[in-house]
Design a binder for this molecule. Structure first.
Ligand SMILES: [Zn+2]
Ligand SMILES: [Zn+2]
Length: 259
């Protein structure tokens, strides 16, 4: 290992490295999604745009500013979690055989379910008027979402969002490869959900399996109507708690059928 992670200086280097990786991941992937869907393939996807009102002046600059703040908060928390791991205060394990190969995908599913549940109820709480103004208004100031909105949160919301990872590494044994796969899935999902272009094909969204997943239509409707469509990856909490937008299926089918 390059660093023994024993001195504060080594942790400072780790913090700067993580901030750079998380920040560049945001800027690089947001740019790629924006370029591919809105410029390179503009004609193909024009009719699949969900929210048609224009971006606000200065919206992208504000989103990049808040997203870099979120990147710093996540880098600080992950650096702290590495310190916790070094001091045996997490259940992160290095030998993949320790719980058997079947446990690896199961642990990934468990993390998704725990995160989904935490996010759905946190999100409902953040829409209480007093909390909303302080914590969640920044994210909703992007009335028309874009890939650049995917990490744009008020610092308090960023802290609340990263808190669940402390519970996850303390309660669920996880291999570092599963953690990396999960973070990648989380990033791609957030980009797709904020893309504001429905990219899932008709066959998929019509299927029972497809209706289970949140996509751009589902989340753009949340940015427009606030009180409905509060989930993160899946629609089951919205479905169980009757918070799914009633227009969702019609809007979705219109966008998917559009050419
Ligand atoms: Zn959003
Ligand atoms: Zn919201």
């Amino acid at each position: 290992m390059m660093f023994q992670l024993e001195t504060p200086f080594e942790y400072l280097i780790l913090l700067m490295t993580l901030f750079t990786i998380i920040g560049l991941r945001y800027v690089g992937l947001s740019f790629l999604f924006d370029y591919y869907f809105y410029r390179f393939n503009r004609k193909k996807y024009l009719s699949k745009i969900v929210e048609e009102s224009p971006l606000k002046p200065g919206q992208k600059i504000s989103e990049i500013f808040y997203s870099l703040g979120t990147s710093l908060i996540f880098a600080l928390a992950f650096t702290h979690m590495v310190w916790l791991w070094k001091n045996n205060k997490t259940l992160v394990y290095l030998d993949w055989k320790e719980y058997g190969p079947l446990y690896l995908p199961l642990s990934l599913v468990a993390v998704m379910f725990v995160h989904e549940t935490y996010y759905y109820w946190l999100h409902r709480w953040m829409h209480w008027p007093a909390v909303f103004n302080l914590v969640h208004r920044v994210h909703h100031s992007s009335h028309r979402p874009s890939p650049w909105t995917s990490f744009s949160f008020h610092p308090i919301e960023s802290v609340l969002q990263v808190l669940i990872f402390y519970f996850i590494v303390a309660l669920i044994p996880l291999h570092p490869v599963i953690i990396l796969i999960y973070l990648l899935l989380m990033t791609i999902s957030s980009l797709i959900n904020h893309l504001n272009i429905e990219i899932f094909p008709l066959k998929f969204v019509e299927s029972r399996w497809g209706k289970f997943f949140i996509g751009a239509t589902h989340h753009s409707l949340h940015h427009r109507f606030y009180k409905t469509n509060l989930g993160l990856y899946f629609t089951f909490w919205d479905s169980w708690c009757s918070t799914e937008n009633t227009q969702y299926t019609q809007v979705l089918m219109k966008k998917v059928n559009a050419q």
